[in-house]
Design a protein around this ligand. Structure first.
Ligand code: NOJ
Length: 560
C-alpha cells in the first residue's frame, strides 16, 4: 500500500463556536483557537479540521453558508484566519476546511437572486419544482424534521432542502454551479490550506424525477434518502472536482457520507478512482439506533460493533482507506455512549481510544475527547440550542411522546452533547469565556478539564499523546493488516495487526468487571513486549495477560 502523509496523520476537529472565546462575547473564535495551538501541538496533532467559519446566519451553526469567501463576524476576520493558517504551518501542522456544498444558506447571494425571478441564471443553482395538486412536489422529509420542500409565494414553486428550510439544496446538475464551487475551492487552496472535509457530499446527485419514497407506518413523510444518497452522477461529479481542482494540490480529502457501504467506499476512495482519500461512514455510530432511528434508543451490542468495524477494516484492506472516529460535533460523547462516564471514566475513555487508534485508517479526535468530556443533561429543552434537537422535541411532543421520554433521547443522542464548551480549567465558565457562553457549560468542568489533565501524568490527555506518538513510531499501526481475534468473546474486543514478521495484539475489555482471557494458540508462541495499556505496566508479572481488569486495554508487539 502506498505511503501518504494523510495516512500517517492524526486529525483534531475544532468546532469553533465551542472551542475558545478570546473576546468575551461568549462565542468561540479564531484568536481563541490560535491561543490553544501549543496545546494541540503538545498532544501531537498533525492536522486540524475546522468546522465552518464562513459567513452564516447560523441556523445550523455555520453549516448554512451565506458567503463562502468571508469569515463569520463572530469568529473574527480574514486576517485572523490567515494568522491561524500561518501559525499552524509554523508549527508544522496542517489545516483542512469544511466544504459545505450540498446546500447553501437561503441568505447566500445566489439564493437571494434565485428567489427574485425565474429568469435569472441563479434560479437553476437550486432545485425548484411545481407542487402536485396543491401539495409538495414529492413526499420526502427533511433530515431536520418536516417536509423537504418549502413553498415560495413569489414564484408559486417549491425549493428542495434536505436540511432546514434555511439550507436550500444546490443543483449540481447545473455546470455553472459546479464551476462556481470548483473556483471557490481553488481560491481556498491557493491560500495554502491542506484539504477539505466535505459535508454530506454523497447527497449532491439526486435521482432523476425525484420520485416519491415509501412512507413508513406512523410517519408523515418518507425518507427519500435512497434517491439522493450516492446518486446516479455522484462519481462523475467527484471525478470532475478531482480533475479540475484537487489533483493540482497535495491535499487530503474526507467525504462525510451517511449510508455509505464498504463497497461504495472503495469506489469513492480507491487510489485509481481519483475521487477522495477517505470517507466518514456511519454504520458504527448507528448500531445503538432502534427501528425508529436515532432518537429510538437501543443499547449497543458489542458483537455488532465488532462485526461492523471488522467489516470496514477488512473490506478496505487492499483498496481505499478508512477514517477512524467515535466523536464529532454531531455525535454524543463516546465515553458516555460506549464507555462508562462514572466510576471508570478515565479507564473507559482510554480503552475506546486504544481500540480506535490501533486500527488501520486515519484517526480523528474531536475537541474534549482527549480529556474525556462527557454528555450533558440540561434541565429543560430551553437550555438546548441545536436545530435538530429543538425540532425533534417539538414534533415528537406534538405527536404525543411524553416530554420526559423525548428528553431521555436528547440526553443520549442530542448533538449539543458534543457542543458544550471545551473545558479548559476549573475557573468560571471552564476558562472558555469571560462572558456568557452561547450554550451552557457541562457542570462537571471543575473535575474534568484540560488544566487538570495536563497536571496528571496518568491523564487521558497523556494517554492520547502516547497513542499518537506510537502511530508515528510504528509503521505497523499505520499499514499493518487487521484481523479480529476472540470473535466469540462477549466482553473483549481484540484484534491483531500484522506487517511482515511483526505482530501487534490489541485487547480491550468493554465492561466494568474483570474478564478471563486466553490468546489463540498461534499467538501464544510469540515473544511480546508491552507497547501501551491504560493500567500501566508496573507490577505486571506476565506480558501476556491472563485476564483484563474493568475497561482494561493492552497493546503488545512481537515478532513471529
Ligand atoms: C452534516 C454536518 O456534520 C451537520 O452538523 C450538519 O447539520 C449537516 N451536515 C447539514 O450541513
Amino acid at each position: 500500500m502506498k505511503g501518504q502523509w494523510w495516512k500517517e496523520s492524526t486529525v483534531y476537529q475544532i468546532y469553533p463556536r465551542s472551542f475558545m472565546d478570546s473576546n468575551g462575547d461568549g462565542i468561540g473564535d479564531l484568536q481563541g483557537i490560535i491561543s490553544k495551538l501549543d496545546y494541540l501541538k503538545k498532544l501531537g496533532i498533525d492536522v486540524i479540521w475546522l468546522s465552518p467559519v464562513y459567513q452564516s446566519p447560523n441556523d445550523d451553526n455555520g453549516y448554512d453558508i451565506s458567503d463562502y469567501k468571508n469569515i463569520m463576524d463572530e469568529f473574527g476576520t480574514m486576517d485572523d484566519w490567515e494568522e491561524l493558517l500561518n501559525e499552524l504551518h509554523l508549527r508544522d501542522m496542517k489545516l483542512i476546511m469544511d466544504l459545505v456544498v450540498n446546500h447553501s444558506s437561503d441568505e447566500h447571494a445566489w439564493f437571494i437572486e434565485a428567489k427574485k425571478s425565474k429568469e435569472t441564471p441563479y434560479r437553476d443553482y437550486y432545485i425548484w419544482r411545481k407542487g402536485e395538486n396543491g401539495r409538495e412536489p414529492n413526499n420526502w422529509g427533511s433530515n431536520f424534521g418536516g417536509s423537504a420542500w418549502e413553498y415560495d409565494e413569489n414564484s408559486g414553486e417549491y425549493f428542495l432542502h434536505l436540511f432546514s428550510k434555511k439550507q436550500p439544496d444546490l443543483n449540481w446538475e447545473n455546470p455553472a454551479l459546479r464551476q462556481e464551487v470548483y473556483d471557490m475551492m481553488q481560491w481556498w487552496l491557493d491560500k495554502g490550506i491542506d484539504g477539505f472535509r466535505m459535508d454530506v457530499i454523497n447527497f449532491i446527485s439526486k435521482e432523476d424525477g425525484l420520485p416519491d419514497d415509501e412512507v413508513k407506518p406512523g410517519k408523515k413523510y418518507a425518507s427519500g434518502s435512497k434517491y439522493y444518497r450516492n446518486g446516479p452522477r455522484i462519481h462523475e461529479y467527484l471525478q470532475e472536482m478531482n480533475e479540475k481542482v484537487l489533483s493540482h494540490y497535495d491535499v487530503m480529502t474526507v467525504g462525510e457520507m451517511p449510508g455509505v457501504k464498504p463497497e461504495m467506499a472503495r469506489d469513492y476512495t480507491g487510489e485509481d478512482r481519483n475521487e477522495l482519500n477517505m470517507v466518514f461512514q456511519f454504520e458504527h455510530v448507528s448500531l445503538d439506533n432502534g427501528p425508529g432511528g436515532k432518537w429510538d434508543l437501543k443499547p449497543l451490542d458489542l458483537s455488532d460493533l465488532k462485526k461492523s468495524l471488522t467489516k470496514w477494516q477488512t473490506e478496505l484492506e487492499e483498496t481505499g482507506w478508512n477514517s477512524l472516529y467515535f466523536n464529532n460535533h454531531d455525535q454524543p460523547r463516546s465515553v458516555s455512549r460506549f464507555g462508562n462516564d462514572g466510576e471508570y471514566r478515565k479507564e473507559s475513555a482510554k480503552m475506546l481510544a486504544t481500540l480506535l487508534h490501533m486500527m488501520k485508517g486515519t484517526p480523528y479526535v474531536y475537541q474534549g475527547e482527549e480529556i474525556g468530556m462527557t454528555n450533558v443533561e440540561f434541565p429543560g429543552i430551553g437550555d438546548y440550542r441545536d436545530i435538530e434537537t429543538l425540532n425533534y422535541f417539538r414534533e415528537s411532543t406534538e405527536a404525543g411522546v411524553p416530554a420526559g421520554k423525548a428528553m431521555e433521547s436528547i440526553y443520549a443522542k442530542g448533538r449539543d452533547n458534543a457542543r458544550t464548551p471545551m473545558q479548559w480549567n476549573s475557573s468560571e465558565n471552564a476558562g472558555f469565556t469571560t462572558g456568557t457562553p452561547w450554550i451552557g457549560i457541562n457542570p462537571n468542568f471543575s473535575d474534568i478539564n484540560a488544566a487538570e489533565a495536563l497536571e496528571d501524568k496518568n491523564s487521558i490527555f497523556y494517554y492520547y499523546q502516547d497513542l499518537i506518538r506510537l502511530r508515528k513510531e510504528h509503521d505497523i499501526i499505520v499499514y499493518g493488516k487487521y484481523e479480529l481475534i476472540l470473535e466469540e468473546d462477549p466482553a473483549i474486543f481484540a484484534y491483531t495487526r500484522t506487517l511482515g514478521s511483526q505482530v501487534l495484539v490489541v485487547l480491550c475489555n468493554f465492561y466494568g468487571n474483570t474478564r478471563k482471557l486466553a490468546l489463540p494458540e498461534e499467538l501464544k508462541e510469540i515473544k511480546y513486549s508491552w507497547l501501551t495499556g491504560n493500567y500501566g505496566s508496573e507490577g505486571r508479572e506476565d506480558i501476556v495477560p491472563q485476564q483484563l481488569k474493568p475497561y482494561e486495554a493492552i497493546v503488545l508487539i512481537g515478532e513471529k
